[in-house]
Ligand binder design. Structure first.
Ligand SMILES: [Zn+2]
Length: 260
């Protein structure tokens, strides 16, 4: 039941595959979580998911909906060359920079099933530091040495930017878009979200420490190396499966309309 004043969007549960519907629900949940945890930027960033059983197609937010409004049925279904395969009956289309960034990822990385991009204050601030992300905290060592950097060349509206972004990211799952923000990808929506959660907090902690006008206690290089090694892919459990169900329970307890 739509709340009064809410956008009216035709439910499409019955007209898409189970796999696509699950991807839609998880992506809509991620928009709500991103907003709920203070990581949204009104309508200016984007989170996406590949449609698992529809090669070359991915889901993206309509350009104009707040993250708190996103529902499973509201997400655009887009092809890698910008074809719109499904669009809700709303005056909102494809976000040009969103399409460029996310299509770049799905074109270049068959392993990527979901991607999240933010413009948080902490993410933008660390993206503007020449030193980038420092291994100052345990959380930061999860990302240190396995985060890509991509230089700012203006808003990513030109499809030619796609190759440059794919080249910067390479095989990594985390990227600091210099002078812009943060980007994470994963083999699931949960994995991309949990990565963003950690990267965001590492940036927040670094800025808080650097703002204290006192000497920073950088762990010795061998400790940083040991810690980053313990977070290496395959060395620890996969992030996501343990955290995601609880996050969905949290959403369901407050506002389950993301599932519509
Ligand atoms: Zn951006």
């Amino acid at each position: 039941m739509a709340r009064e004043g809410a956008l009216r969007i035709e439910p499409i549960r019955g007209s898409v595959s189970d796999a696509e519907w699950q991807a839609r629900v998880d992506l809509a949940a991620c928009y709500r979580l991103c907003d709920g945890y203070g990581m949204s930027d009104m309508i200016y960033t984007h989170i996406s998911a590949r449609v698992p059983d529809s090669p070359g197609h991915f889901l993206l937010n309509p350009n104009g909906m707040l993250f708190s409004e996103i529902t499973a049925s509201s997400l655009l279904k887009v092809g890698l060359e910008g074809e719109i395969l499904y669009k809700p009956d709303l005056p909102y289309g494809l976000h040009p920079a969103g399409f460029t960034i996310h299509s770049a990822l799905y074109r270049a990385r068959p392993d990527v099933m979901a991607a999240m991009h933010t413009h948080t204050i902490a993410g933008m601030a660390v993206s503007a530091l020449k030193c980038g992300l420092l291994p100052l905290t345990q959380t930061a060592t999860r990302f240190y040495g396995r985060t890509a950097y991509h230089d700012f060349r203006g808003p990513e509206r030109d499809p030619s930017e796609r190759d440059a972004l794919a080249q910067s990211l390479g095989p990594l799952n985390y990227c600091i878009l210099r002078n812009h923000g943060l980007l994470t990808v994963g083999e699931s929506m949960a994995e991309a979200f949990i990565a963003m959660w950690g990267l965001e907090r590492a940036c927040q902690a670094q800025l808080a420490a650097m703002a204290c006008n006192t000497e920073l206690n950088m762990p010795p290089p061998e400790v940083v190396e040991r810690s980053t090694g313990m977070y290496a892919p395959g060395a620890s459990r996969r992030y996501g499966p343990l955290e995601w169900p609880g996050l969905l329970r949290k959403l369901d307890a407050t506002d389950p309309s993301y599932r519509d």
